[in-house]
Design a protein around this ligand. Sequence first.
Ligand code: ACO
Length: 442
Amino acid sequence: MTVQHDHKGAKSAGENPQGTLSVTDDRTGETYELPVADGTVRAADLNKIKAEEIGLASYDPGLVYTATCRSAITFLDGDAGHLAHRGYPIEELAAQATFIEVAHLLLNGELPKAADLKAWERAVATGGTADEHLHKLVASFPRDAHPMSIMLSAMGALPAVYPELAQAPADGEPDPRPARLIALGSTIAAMAYRHGLGEAPVAPDTELSFPGNFMSMMWKKDGQPYEVDPRVEKALDVLWILHADHEQNCSTNAVRSVGSSGVDPCSAVAAGVAALYGPLHGGANEAVLNMLREIGDVSNVAEFMTHVKNGERRLMGFGHRVYKNYDPRATIIKKYAMDVLDIADGSPLLDIALELEKIALDDDYFVQRRLYPNVDFYSGLIYQALGIPSKMFTVMFAVPRVSGWVAQWMESAADPEQKIVRPRQIYTGAPTRTYIPAQRRD
Ligand code: ACO
Protein backbone atom coordinates (compact mmCIF):
# COMPACT_ATOMS: atom_id res chain seq x y z
CA MET A 1 0.00 0.00 0.00
CA THR A 2 1.36 3.43 -0.88
CA VAL A 3 0.72 6.18 1.57
CA GLN A 4 -0.59 9.20 -0.28
CA HIS A 5 -0.33 12.64 1.24
CA ASP A 6 -3.81 13.68 2.19
CA HIS A 7 -4.76 17.30 2.82
CA LYS A 8 -3.24 17.15 6.31
CA GLY A 9 0.06 15.62 5.27
CA ALA A 10 0.14 17.86 2.21
CA LYS A 11 3.46 18.61 0.65
CA SER A 12 4.51 22.05 1.72
CA ALA A 13 6.20 24.75 -0.32
CA GLY A 14 9.94 24.27 -0.39
CA GLU A 15 9.79 20.55 0.39
CA ASN A 16 12.54 18.61 -1.40
CA PRO A 17 11.38 15.09 -2.26
CA GLN A 18 14.15 12.50 -2.06
CA GLY A 19 12.25 9.30 -2.90
CA THR A 20 10.43 6.89 -0.67
CA LEU A 21 11.01 4.61 2.28
CA SER A 22 9.53 1.11 1.90
CA VAL A 23 8.36 -0.37 5.16
CA THR A 24 6.85 -3.80 5.71
CA ASP A 25 4.74 -4.11 8.81
CA ASP A 26 5.49 -7.61 10.13
CA ARG A 27 2.30 -7.52 12.18
CA THR A 28 0.09 -7.38 9.09
CA GLY A 29 2.38 -8.19 6.17
CA GLU A 30 1.40 -4.87 4.55
CA THR A 31 4.04 -2.83 2.76
CA TYR A 32 3.97 0.94 2.83
CA GLU A 33 5.90 3.52 0.90
CA LEU A 34 6.52 6.66 2.87
CA PRO A 35 7.62 9.77 0.98
CA VAL A 36 11.01 11.07 2.15
CA ALA A 37 11.63 14.80 1.85
CA ASP A 38 14.39 16.92 3.37
CA GLY A 39 15.72 13.88 5.23
CA THR A 40 12.42 13.34 7.04
CA VAL A 41 9.31 11.21 6.88
CA ARG A 42 6.09 12.80 8.01
CA ALA A 43 4.77 11.44 11.29
CA ALA A 44 1.28 11.74 9.74
CA ASP A 45 2.36 9.22 7.08
CA LEU A 46 3.77 6.94 9.77
CA ASN A 47 0.38 7.15 11.45
CA LYS A 48 -1.25 5.54 8.42
CA ILE A 49 0.55 2.29 9.27
CA LYS A 50 -2.04 0.42 11.32
CA ALA A 51 -2.25 -3.06 12.79
CA GLU A 52 -5.57 -2.41 14.54
CA GLU A 53 -7.41 0.86 14.94
CA ILE A 54 -4.47 2.94 16.09
CA GLY A 55 -1.78 4.08 13.67
CA LEU A 56 1.92 4.23 14.50
CA ALA A 57 3.38 7.24 16.26
CA SER A 58 7.04 8.03 16.81
CA TYR A 59 8.50 8.02 20.34
CA ASP A 60 11.19 10.67 20.70
CA PRO A 61 11.84 12.06 24.21
CA GLY A 62 13.69 15.36 23.91
CA LEU A 63 12.64 15.59 20.24
CA VAL A 64 16.18 14.51 19.38
CA TYR A 65 15.28 13.12 15.94
CA THR A 66 12.16 15.16 15.22
CA ALA A 67 11.88 18.26 13.03
CA THR A 68 8.97 20.38 14.29
CA CYS A 69 9.06 23.22 11.76
CA ARG A 70 10.53 24.65 8.60
CA SER A 71 12.67 27.66 9.34
CA ALA A 72 14.65 30.11 7.23
CA ILE A 73 16.28 31.91 10.16
CA THR A 74 19.29 29.94 11.41
CA PHE A 75 21.34 27.14 9.87
CA LEU A 76 23.42 24.88 12.08
CA ASP A 77 25.69 22.00 11.05
CA GLY A 78 26.75 20.39 14.30
CA ASP A 79 29.31 18.01 12.78
CA ALA A 80 31.10 20.79 10.92
CA GLY A 81 30.74 23.30 13.77
CA HIS A 82 29.02 25.74 11.40
CA LEU A 83 26.40 28.34 12.33
CA ALA A 84 24.81 30.96 10.05
CA HIS A 85 21.91 33.37 10.31
CA ARG A 86 19.93 33.92 7.09
CA GLY A 87 23.02 32.59 5.25
CA TYR A 88 25.63 34.82 6.94
CA PRO A 89 28.29 32.82 8.86
CA ILE A 90 28.39 33.71 12.55
CA GLU A 91 32.12 34.51 12.29
CA GLU A 92 31.42 37.28 9.73
CA LEU A 93 28.54 38.69 11.74
CA ALA A 94 30.56 38.70 14.98
CA ALA A 95 33.51 40.38 13.26
CA GLN A 96 31.63 43.00 11.25
CA ALA A 97 27.99 43.50 12.25
CA THR A 98 26.34 45.03 15.29
CA PHE A 99 23.81 43.17 17.43
CA ILE A 100 21.09 45.57 16.28
CA GLU A 101 21.82 44.72 12.63
CA VAL A 102 21.73 41.00 13.44
CA ALA A 103 18.39 41.40 15.24
CA HIS A 104 17.01 43.08 12.11
CA LEU A 105 18.42 40.26 9.99
CA LEU A 106 16.77 37.59 12.14
CA LEU A 107 13.41 39.38 12.21
CA ASN A 108 13.21 40.62 8.63
CA GLY A 109 15.37 38.23 6.64
CA GLU A 110 17.87 40.87 5.48
CA LEU A 111 20.51 43.16 6.92
CA PRO A 112 19.06 46.69 7.00
CA LYS A 113 19.99 49.32 4.40
CA ALA A 114 21.58 52.44 5.91
CA ALA A 115 18.28 54.41 6.21
CA ASP A 116 16.38 51.40 7.56
CA LEU A 117 19.14 50.79 10.09
CA LYS A 118 18.72 54.29 11.52
CA ALA A 119 14.94 53.85 11.84
CA TRP A 120 15.36 50.39 13.40
CA GLU A 121 17.99 51.63 15.89
CA ARG A 122 15.65 54.49 16.81
CA ALA A 123 12.69 52.15 17.29
CA VAL A 124 14.69 49.98 19.70
CA ALA A 125 16.30 52.95 21.47
CA THR A 126 12.92 54.57 22.16
CA GLY A 127 10.98 51.41 22.88
CA GLY A 128 12.34 50.53 26.32
CA THR A 129 10.81 53.04 28.71
CA ALA A 130 9.30 51.21 31.69
CA ASP A 131 6.10 52.58 33.21
CA GLU A 132 5.21 52.71 36.91
CA HIS A 133 3.54 49.26 36.94
CA LEU A 134 6.76 47.64 35.79
CA HIS A 135 8.72 49.63 38.39
CA LYS A 136 6.34 48.46 41.11
CA LEU A 137 6.44 44.87 39.92
CA VAL A 138 10.24 44.72 40.01
CA ALA A 139 10.34 46.55 43.37
CA SER A 140 7.94 43.98 44.86
CA PHE A 141 10.53 41.17 44.59
CA PRO A 142 12.77 40.24 47.51
CA ARG A 143 16.13 41.98 47.21
CA ASP A 144 17.94 38.63 46.76
CA ALA A 145 15.49 37.29 44.15
CA HIS A 146 17.12 35.65 41.16
CA PRO A 147 17.00 38.20 38.30
CA MET A 148 15.74 35.49 35.92
CA SER A 149 12.64 35.17 38.14
CA ILE A 150 12.13 38.91 37.86
CA MET A 151 12.65 38.81 34.10
CA LEU A 152 10.26 35.88 33.70
CA SER A 153 7.51 37.64 35.65
CA ALA A 154 8.07 41.02 34.01
CA MET A 155 7.98 39.61 30.47
CA GLY A 156 4.74 37.80 31.32
CA ALA A 157 3.33 41.04 32.76
CA LEU A 158 3.97 43.09 29.61
CA PRO A 159 0.59 42.45 27.91
CA ALA A 160 -1.15 43.67 31.07
CA VAL A 161 1.05 46.75 31.39
CA TYR A 162 1.11 47.56 27.67
CA PRO A 163 -2.06 46.05 26.12
CA GLU A 164 -0.94 47.21 22.67
CA LEU A 165 1.82 44.58 22.82
CA ALA A 166 -0.83 41.86 22.79
CA GLN A 167 -2.49 43.27 19.66
CA ALA A 168 -1.41 42.34 16.13
CA PRO A 169 -1.05 45.44 13.93
CA ALA A 170 -3.73 46.21 11.34
CA ASP A 171 -3.19 44.62 7.92
CA GLY A 172 -0.30 46.24 6.08
CA GLU A 173 0.86 48.21 9.13
CA PRO A 174 4.39 47.62 10.46
CA ASP A 175 4.60 45.62 13.68
CA PRO A 176 6.17 47.74 16.46
CA ARG A 177 6.28 44.79 18.89
CA PRO A 178 9.67 43.24 18.01
CA ALA A 179 11.52 46.52 18.72
CA ARG A 180 9.52 47.10 21.92
CA LEU A 181 10.15 43.58 23.20
CA ILE A 182 13.89 43.73 22.51
CA ALA A 183 14.13 47.15 24.17
CA LEU A 184 11.96 46.24 27.17
CA GLY A 185 13.90 43.00 27.65
CA SER A 186 17.08 45.01 28.14
CA THR A 187 15.36 47.56 30.43
CA ILE A 188 13.88 44.80 32.60
CA ALA A 189 17.27 43.04 32.82
CA ALA A 190 18.98 46.22 34.01
CA MET A 191 16.13 46.95 36.46
CA ALA A 192 16.48 43.44 37.92
CA TYR A 193 20.21 44.01 38.39
CA ARG A 194 19.78 47.36 40.15
CA HIS A 195 16.97 46.01 42.30
CA GLY A 196 19.43 43.42 43.67
CA LEU A 197 21.74 46.29 44.63
CA GLY A 198 18.92 48.28 46.21
CA GLU A 199 19.33 51.01 43.59
CA ALA A 200 16.61 52.87 41.68
CA PRO A 201 16.24 52.05 37.96
CA VAL A 202 17.93 54.27 35.36
CA ALA A 203 15.80 55.38 32.39
CA PRO A 204 17.04 54.38 28.91
CA ASP A 205 19.39 56.83 27.18
CA THR A 206 18.07 56.98 23.62
CA GLU A 207 21.31 58.47 22.27
CA LEU A 208 23.43 55.44 23.15
CA SER A 209 23.97 52.20 21.24
CA PHE A 210 21.99 49.14 22.38
CA PRO A 211 24.82 47.76 24.57
CA GLY A 212 25.89 51.28 25.60
CA ASN A 213 22.37 52.03 26.82
CA PHE A 214 22.29 48.73 28.70
CA MET A 215 25.58 49.61 30.41
CA SER A 216 24.17 53.01 31.34
CA MET A 217 20.98 51.44 32.76
CA MET A 218 23.14 49.04 34.80
CA TRP A 219 25.96 51.24 36.04
CA LYS A 220 25.06 54.95 35.77
CA LYS A 221 25.49 56.73 39.10
CA ASP A 222 22.76 59.08 40.29
CA GLY A 223 23.18 62.60 38.91
CA GLN A 224 26.43 61.77 37.09
CA PRO A 225 26.95 61.47 33.34
CA TYR A 226 27.76 57.93 32.17
CA GLU A 227 30.75 57.36 29.96
CA VAL A 228 30.55 54.20 27.88
CA ASP A 229 33.83 52.23 27.73
CA PRO A 230 33.97 51.31 24.00
CA ARG A 231 35.91 48.07 24.66
CA VAL A 232 33.23 46.80 27.04
CA GLU A 233 30.50 48.03 24.67
CA LYS A 234 32.11 46.08 21.81
CA ALA A 235 32.57 42.92 23.90
CA LEU A 236 28.90 42.99 24.94
CA ASP A 237 27.81 43.57 21.35
CA VAL A 238 29.81 40.55 20.14
CA LEU A 239 28.51 38.35 22.97
CA TRP A 240 24.96 39.37 22.09
CA ILE A 241 25.43 38.63 18.40
CA LEU A 242 26.58 35.14 19.41
CA HIS A 243 23.54 34.64 21.64
CA ALA A 244 20.88 36.18 19.38
CA ASP A 245 19.44 32.94 17.97
CA HIS A 246 20.31 29.28 17.86
CA GLU A 247 17.76 27.35 15.84
CA GLN A 248 15.36 24.96 17.62
CA ASN A 249 16.91 24.82 21.09
CA CYS A 250 14.98 24.21 24.32
CA SER A 251 13.85 27.82 24.90
CA THR A 252 13.03 28.49 21.24
CA ASN A 253 10.99 25.31 21.17
CA ALA A 254 9.21 26.59 24.31
CA VAL A 255 8.46 29.91 22.58
CA ARG A 256 7.11 28.16 19.48
CA SER A 257 5.17 25.63 21.52
CA VAL A 258 3.51 28.21 23.77
CA GLY A 259 3.05 30.57 20.80
CA SER A 260 1.19 27.81 18.92
CA SER A 261 -1.75 28.36 21.29
CA GLY A 262 -2.20 31.81 19.71
CA VAL A 263 -1.01 33.65 22.80
CA ASP A 264 0.65 37.09 22.49
CA PRO A 265 4.41 37.29 21.81
CA CYS A 266 5.27 38.59 25.31
CA SER A 267 3.78 35.49 26.95
CA ALA A 268 5.53 33.24 24.43
CA VAL A 269 8.84 35.01 25.15
CA ALA A 270 8.21 34.60 28.91
CA ALA A 271 8.09 30.83 28.25
CA GLY A 272 11.45 31.16 26.52
CA VAL A 273 12.89 32.96 29.57
CA ALA A 274 11.64 30.15 31.82
CA ALA A 275 13.25 27.47 29.65
CA LEU A 276 16.51 29.39 29.38
CA TYR A 277 16.75 29.59 33.18
CA GLY A 278 17.55 25.85 33.47
CA PRO A 279 21.17 24.80 34.18
CA LEU A 280 21.29 22.48 31.17
CA HIS A 281 20.46 25.43 28.89
CA GLY A 282 21.14 29.16 29.49
CA GLY A 283 21.69 28.62 33.19
CA ALA A 284 24.92 26.80 32.27
CA ASN A 285 26.96 30.03 32.17
CA GLU A 286 26.18 30.67 35.85
CA ALA A 287 26.79 26.99 36.64
CA VAL A 288 30.22 27.16 34.93
CA LEU A 289 31.33 30.01 37.17
CA ASN A 290 30.07 28.21 40.26
CA MET A 291 31.94 25.09 39.13
CA LEU A 292 35.19 27.02 38.53
CA ARG A 293 34.90 28.64 41.96
CA GLU A 294 34.27 25.27 43.56
CA ILE A 295 37.36 23.76 41.88
CA GLY A 296 39.21 26.76 43.27
CA ASP A 297 42.69 25.98 41.95
CA VAL A 298 44.36 24.43 38.91
CA SER A 299 45.81 21.72 41.17
CA ASN A 300 42.27 20.44 41.85
CA VAL A 301 41.29 20.08 38.18
CA ALA A 302 42.48 16.47 37.74
CA GLU A 303 40.47 15.29 40.76
CA PHE A 304 37.35 17.12 39.53
CA MET A 305 37.72 15.46 36.13
CA THR A 306 37.80 12.05 37.80
CA HIS A 307 34.40 12.80 39.36
CA VAL A 308 33.09 13.87 35.93
CA LYS A 309 34.31 10.67 34.28
CA ASN A 310 32.81 8.59 37.09
CA GLY A 311 29.46 10.17 36.24
CA GLU A 312 29.24 11.97 39.61
CA ARG A 313 29.56 15.45 38.09
CA ARG A 314 28.94 17.23 34.78
CA LEU A 315 31.54 19.43 33.22
CA MET A 316 29.33 22.48 32.82
CA GLY A 317 29.87 24.48 29.61
CA PHE A 318 30.82 21.28 27.77
CA GLY A 319 28.76 19.22 25.38
CA HIS A 320 25.88 20.14 23.15
CA ARG A 321 22.87 18.38 21.70
CA VAL A 322 23.78 19.37 18.16
CA TYR A 323 27.46 20.37 18.07
CA LYS A 324 29.70 17.31 17.96
CA ASN A 325 32.61 19.59 17.20
CA TYR A 326 33.81 22.90 18.67
CA ASP A 327 30.82 25.23 19.09
CA PRO A 328 31.84 28.07 16.70
CA ARG A 329 30.51 30.59 19.21
CA ALA A 330 32.88 29.21 21.85
CA THR A 331 35.88 29.86 19.55
CA ILE A 332 34.89 33.52 19.13
CA ILE A 333 34.03 33.92 22.80
CA LYS A 334 37.35 32.44 23.91
CA LYS A 335 39.20 35.13 21.93
CA TYR A 336 37.03 37.79 23.54
CA ALA A 337 37.54 36.24 26.97
CA MET A 338 41.26 36.72 26.47
CA ASP A 339 40.84 40.32 25.25
CA VAL A 340 38.34 41.37 27.92
CA LEU A 341 40.14 39.59 30.72
CA ASP A 342 43.25 41.34 29.57
CA ILE A 343 41.43 44.67 30.03
CA ALA A 344 40.34 43.58 33.47
CA ASP A 345 43.81 42.39 34.55
CA GLY A 346 43.19 38.68 34.27
CA SER A 347 40.87 36.31 36.09
CA PRO A 348 42.05 33.69 38.59
CA LEU A 349 39.37 31.37 37.20
CA LEU A 350 40.59 31.59 33.60
CA ASP A 351 43.58 29.34 34.34
CA ILE A 352 41.25 26.69 35.77
CA ALA A 353 39.00 26.91 32.68
CA LEU A 354 41.96 26.58 30.32
CA GLU A 355 43.27 23.55 32.23
CA LEU A 356 39.82 21.90 32.21
CA GLU A 357 39.57 22.46 28.47
CA LYS A 358 43.09 21.14 27.84
CA ILE A 359 42.48 17.94 29.79
CA ALA A 360 39.02 17.40 28.32
CA LEU A 361 40.10 17.82 24.69
CA ASP A 362 42.78 15.14 25.21
CA ASP A 363 40.78 12.72 27.31
CA ASP A 364 39.12 9.59 25.84
CA TYR A 365 35.92 10.13 27.83
CA PHE A 366 35.31 13.49 26.14
CA VAL A 367 36.79 12.57 22.76
CA GLN A 368 34.60 9.46 22.41
CA ARG A 369 31.47 11.37 23.37
CA ARG A 370 32.49 14.30 21.18
CA LEU A 371 32.16 16.80 24.02
CA TYR A 372 33.62 20.24 23.29
CA PRO A 373 33.29 23.62 25.00
CA ASN A 374 29.96 25.28 24.22
CA VAL A 375 29.06 28.96 24.12
CA ASP A 376 28.68 29.10 27.89
CA PHE A 377 32.13 27.82 28.87
CA TYR A 378 33.85 31.20 28.56
CA SER A 379 30.96 33.71 28.48
CA GLY A 380 30.63 33.77 32.27
CA LEU A 381 34.31 34.62 32.61
CA ILE A 382 33.81 37.67 30.40
CA TYR A 383 30.74 38.80 32.29
CA GLN A 384 32.60 38.32 35.55
CA ALA A 385 35.51 40.38 34.24
CA LEU A 386 33.04 43.12 33.34
CA GLY A 387 31.86 43.21 36.95
CA ILE A 388 28.54 41.45 36.34
CA PRO A 389 27.54 39.07 39.16
CA SER A 390 27.03 35.41 38.21
CA LYS A 391 23.31 35.58 39.06
CA MET A 392 22.96 37.95 36.07
CA PHE A 393 24.71 35.73 33.51
CA THR A 394 21.61 33.97 32.22
CA VAL A 395 19.82 37.32 32.04
CA MET A 396 22.70 38.57 29.88
CA PHE A 397 21.94 35.62 27.57
CA ALA A 398 18.20 36.35 27.56
CA VAL A 399 18.58 40.03 26.55
CA PRO A 400 19.79 39.32 22.98
CA ARG A 401 17.86 36.04 22.68
CA VAL A 402 14.60 38.01 22.78
CA SER A 403 15.36 38.94 19.14
CA GLY A 404 15.66 35.28 18.12
CA TRP A 405 12.60 34.24 20.10
CA VAL A 406 10.46 36.96 18.51
CA ALA A 407 11.78 36.10 15.01
CA GLN A 408 10.93 32.42 15.59
CA TRP A 409 7.51 33.31 17.04
CA MET A 410 6.75 35.48 13.98
CA GLU A 411 7.85 32.77 11.55
CA SER A 412 5.80 30.17 13.38
CA ALA A 413 2.70 32.39 13.55
CA ALA A 414 2.89 33.00 9.78
CA ASP A 415 3.44 29.33 8.88
CA PRO A 416 0.19 27.76 7.59
CA GLU A 417 1.52 24.27 8.36
CA GLN A 418 1.83 24.96 12.09
CA LYS A 419 -0.87 23.85 14.54
CA ILE A 420 -1.32 24.01 18.27
CA VAL A 421 1.38 21.79 19.77
CA ARG A 422 -0.09 18.72 21.36
CA PRO A 423 2.20 15.68 21.48
CA ARG A 424 1.26 12.08 22.19
CA GLN A 425 2.23 10.03 25.22
CA ILE A 426 2.61 6.34 25.97
CA TYR A 427 0.40 5.78 28.98
CA THR A 428 2.08 3.67 31.69
CA GLY A 429 -0.41 4.16 34.55
CA ALA A 430 -3.09 2.02 36.14
CA PRO A 431 -5.81 0.45 33.96
CA THR A 432 -9.37 1.74 34.41
CA ARG A 433 -10.59 0.99 37.97
CA THR A 434 -13.50 1.84 40.23
CA TYR A 435 -13.55 4.58 42.85
CA ILE A 436 -13.75 3.30 46.45
CA PRO A 437 -14.85 5.66 49.28
CA ALA A 438 -12.08 6.43 51.84
CA GLN A 439 -13.70 4.40 54.68
CA ARG A 440 -13.62 1.24 52.55
CA ARG A 441 -10.01 1.58 51.31
CA ASP A 442 -7.64 -0.94 52.93
N1 ACO B 1 30.02 16.50 31.26
C1 ACO B 1 30.22 15.16 31.36
N2 ACO B 1 29.59 14.25 30.58
C2 ACO B 1 28.75 14.72 29.66
C3 ACO B 1 28.49 16.10 29.51
C4 ACO B 1 29.19 17.00 30.35
N3 ACO B 1 28.99 18.31 30.23
N4 ACO B 1 27.58 16.29 28.53
C5 ACO B 1 27.27 15.06 28.10
N5 ACO B 1 27.96 14.12 28.77
C6 ACO B 1 27.96 12.68 28.55
C7 ACO B 1 26.68 12.06 29.13
O1 ACO B 1 26.88 11.66 30.47
C8 ACO B 1 26.46 10.90 28.19
O2 ACO B 1 27.38 9.90 28.53
P1 ACO B 1 26.94 8.33 28.40
O3 ACO B 1 26.74 8.12 26.92
O4 ACO B 1 28.05 7.57 29.00
O5 ACO B 1 25.64 8.21 29.19
C9 ACO B 1 26.91 11.45 26.82
O6 ACO B 1 27.88 12.46 27.13
C10 ACO B 1 25.77 12.08 26.02
O7 ACO B 1 25.16 13.08 26.82
P2 ACO B 1 23.62 13.46 26.81
O8 ACO B 1 23.28 14.06 28.13
O9 ACO B 1 22.83 12.29 26.33
O10 ACO B 1 23.61 14.55 25.68
P3 ACO B 1 22.43 15.57 25.41
O11 ACO B 1 22.53 15.92 23.96
O12 ACO B 1 21.13 15.06 25.90
O13 ACO B 1 22.80 16.80 26.34
C11 ACO B 1 23.70 18.84 27.11
C12 ACO B 1 23.39 17.99 25.86
C13 ACO B 1 22.44 19.00 27.96
C14 ACO B 1 24.15 20.22 26.63
C15 ACO B 1 24.82 18.15 27.93
O14 ACO B 1 25.99 18.05 27.13
C16 ACO B 1 25.12 18.89 29.23
O15 ACO B 1 24.48 18.64 30.23
N6 ACO B 1 26.13 19.82 29.22
C17 ACO B 1 26.42 20.60 30.42
C18 ACO B 1 25.44 21.75 30.55
C19 ACO B 1 25.70 22.84 29.52
O16 ACO B 1 26.83 23.28 29.33
N7 ACO B 1 24.62 23.31 28.90
C20 ACO B 1 24.67 24.40 27.93
C21 ACO B 1 24.41 23.89 26.55
S1 ACO B 1 24.58 25.23 25.40
C22 ACO B 1 23.15 26.10 25.64
O17 ACO B 1 22.12 25.61 25.99
C23 ACO B 1 23.23 27.52 25.39
